[in-house]
Design a protein around this ligand. Structure first.
Ligand code: SAM
Length: 286
């Protein structure tokens, strides 16, 4: 269906920040308000990883600090970096609220250039976002350069294209099965009340899926409601390169990593064919 928007899409498209991701503006606030808490199994996993591979650690694509802040609270020496200044501002505010002032930088992974070297670098739900494969390759090279010898890079929360077990979604890879893309916008968004009483409403849809390029575009539109009126609207696209396991292994090897393990979910155990979400654990050789 066609939604009525106060601001024409053409104008919104013109003001969209071209980072290839949608984690700006109202979406950054959404993350800080409603996606702020990590699952206990995630925290257990990253805590154990930093203990195993060592400090300092870098949360690459740290977002609003969902994992970073709990790791700081554990006492770890950990920095954060993200392409989105809005996400970093949220992380900084949350860190300050908890009495921390971590090293935080606004930088895309593929331009990472920090003065420190790390023993553990992890990316959680970040790899592939942005949509340019040369950026993904360069991100791995940069991560490698920022690791101490014997340090580890973890590509965590990596979902395979078939990973959610959603047959309808997977069927869209088949020839002739993409006529409904771009999908219609949902008639109602997901509307939630923020801490200051304003409401944020989010609409999401699949904008494009190209099996040849293994790339999809997800689109979102957001509304900010204040006193029952829409006071702001935003639109952002998220482009994502879709990677299968063997491709990431090749990319990691190409960047210089060795002894790469693929773990199923956050179990720490070798991945099985039915695992939809995995963690790649790659070592920089001594
Ligand atoms: C799904 S969120 C995950 C945030 C955080 N890792 C977490 O688990 O809560 C993805 C994050 O990756 C960031 N991001 C996307 N592309 C990036 C890039 N090229 N360089 C650095 N950060 C990026 C986004 O801004 C966003 O904060």
């Amino acid at each position: 269906m066609n939604l009525e928007w106060a601001v024409p899409l053409e104008y919104l498209a013109a003001v969209v920040v071209e980072s290839g991701t949608w984690h700006h503006g109202l979406m950054a606030r959404w993350w800080a308000e409603f996606v702020a808490t990590a699952e206990p199994e995630e925290l257990d996993y990253f805590r154990a990883a930093i203990r195993k591979f060592g400090e300092p650690a870098l949360d690459l694509g740290c977002g609003a600090g969902r994992i970073l802040i709990p790791m700081l609270a554990e006492g770890f020496d950990i920095d954060g970096s993200d392409v989105s200044a809005d996400m970093i501002a949220e992380a900084r505010a949350l860190a300050a609220k908890n009495g921390f002032s971590p090293g935080l930088t606004v930088e895309p992974t593929y331009e990472l250039d920090l003065p420190r070297k790390y023993r553990t670098i992890y990316m959680c739900g970040v790899f592939g976002i942005g949509g340019r494969r040369e950026h993904d390759r360069e991100a791995l090279r940069r991560a490698y350069r920022h690791l101490e010898p014997d340090g580890a890079l973890l590509i965590a929360n990596h979902w395979f294209p078939y990973g959610e077990g959603d047959e309808q979604r997977w069927a869209r890879w088949l020839p002739g099965h993409r006529a409904d893309i771009p999908r219609d916008w949902p008639s109602e968004g997901e509307r939630r009340t923020a801490s200051d009483g304003d409401e944020i409403e989010m609409f999401f849809r699949l904008g494009d899926l190209n099996p040849l390029l293994q790339r999809e575009t997800l689109q979102m539109r957001a509304r900010l409601w204040h006193g029952g009126q829409i006071v702001k609207e935003e639109a952002h696209d998220l482009h994502e390169n879709l990677y299968f396991s063997q491709e990431i292994l090749l990319l990691l090897e190409g960047a210089g990593f060795r002894d790469v393990a693929v773990e199923g979910g956050y179990t720490g155990q070798p991945a099985a064919p039915d695992d939809g979400m995995v963690v790649f654990v790659a070592r920089r050789p001594v």
